[in-house]
Design a protein around this ligand. Structure first.
Ligand code: PMV
Length: 312
């Protein structure tokens, strides 16, 4: 028998980082993203009287039938039920996440994907990953306005992916895993504002911005070759160069620059912001034996938290 403590079904999804190519990816250039297994969102389904979402971290209970159209979690539930030809089930969907919000780590996409996976498991059906990713993309639109689709893709496929807007994502091999530290500035930075500012700047000076996007796209292509050939140390200088270009796009910040400089000074092979920028998180490429000293330096430079992850 199921009771409150034993879910009828569960689902989860990993957070993500963008290794190369954020912002330029919105304009058709390639980007590389990877899941962060250490940071996940979870959804559990319990029997209930009506279809409700309990968002534990937000301290909110959402009645799906009555929620406004722009409520992202309610939209995910409605989309999943519609896709499966089911009416809203009498379930309490309990959601938790250890992914910080508005921090460039894909929390919105991961919560949506975890919710959809729990619903699919509850209905005992499966969907192709491509379809699940499309559904999460619909929810991402509420968060981002005009997302490139990279977040939903990497969160749903849970593999490093090469992503070009409008093309099928290409999960790719990482023959030699590499280690990253992810450090949080603690400054929330909703993606839609940074994306809108880049768009306004691009509209004013398209030639300059297109050139910056081209350079970022070439870095992503070179990075992919290094990753596929197991030359992960060569990614460091590319991360530094990508960071300089992001600063030129106007999406870095003094806090992000400080964390990148501290990581490099402590022995990281390279460092850059990850995601929308302005605040949120940065990533530093580290050899395993340097992890502790770089982590210490990041904390000393003001990082609110540092997570270690391995891209494999
Ligand atoms: O969700 P974030 O903060 O990781 O940003 C997504 C990356 C952007 O390129 C800035 C936007 C997009 O839609 O790809």
């Amino acid at each position: 028998m199921s009771n409150d403590h034993e879910p009828l079904a569960t689902g989860s999804a990993a957070g993500k980082i963008i290794l190369f190519g954020e912002h330029a990816v919105v304009y058709g250039r390639p980007a590389i993203a990877a899941p962060v297994q250490q940071l996940r969102a979870y959804a559990e389904i319990h029997p209930g009287r009506k279809c409700q979402v309990v968002a534990v971290d937000l301290n909110r209970v959402i009645d799906v039938a009555e929620a406004p159209e722009d409520d992202p979690i309610a939209l995910m539930v409605r989309l999943a039920c519609h896709e499966l030809g089911r009416s809203l089930p009498p379930w309490r969907i309990v959601i938790r996440s250890d992914i910080p919000m508005a921090a460039g780590l894909g929390s919105g996409a991961a919560i949506a994907a975890a919710t959809a996976r729990a619903l699919l498991a509850g209905f005992r059906v499966d969907l192709p990953l491509a379809r699940l990713s499309e559904m999460v993309y619909e929810v991402e639109k509420l968060h981002h306005g005009s997302p490139s689709g990279i977040d939903n893709t990497v969160v749903v496929y849970e593999k490093p992916v090469w992503f070009v807007r409008g093309w099928p994502p290409e999960p790719f091999a990482t023959p030699r895993p590499f280690h990253l530290l992810i450090a949080d500035t603690g400054i929330p930075s909703p993606t839609r504002f940074a994306v809108a500012d880049v768009r306004a700047a691009w509209q004013k000076d398209p030639v300059r911005y297109e050139a910056l996007f081209d350079r970022i796209g070439r870095i992503a292509a070179e990075a992919r070759r290094h990753i596929e050939h197991g030359r992960s140390a060569d990614l460091g200088p590319l991360m530094d160069e990508n960071q300089q270009l992001l600063a030129k796009l106007g999406v870095s910040s003094p806090e992000l620059e400080r964390l990148c400089a501290a990581a490099r000074a402590a022995g990281a092979l390279g460092a850059k912001l990850s995601g929308a920028g302005r605040g949120g998180n940065m990533i530093a490429l580290v050899e395993p034996e340097k992890r502790a000293q770089v982590k210490q330096a990041l904390l000393a430079a003001g990082a609110k938290r540092v997570v270690e992850t391995k891209v494999a």
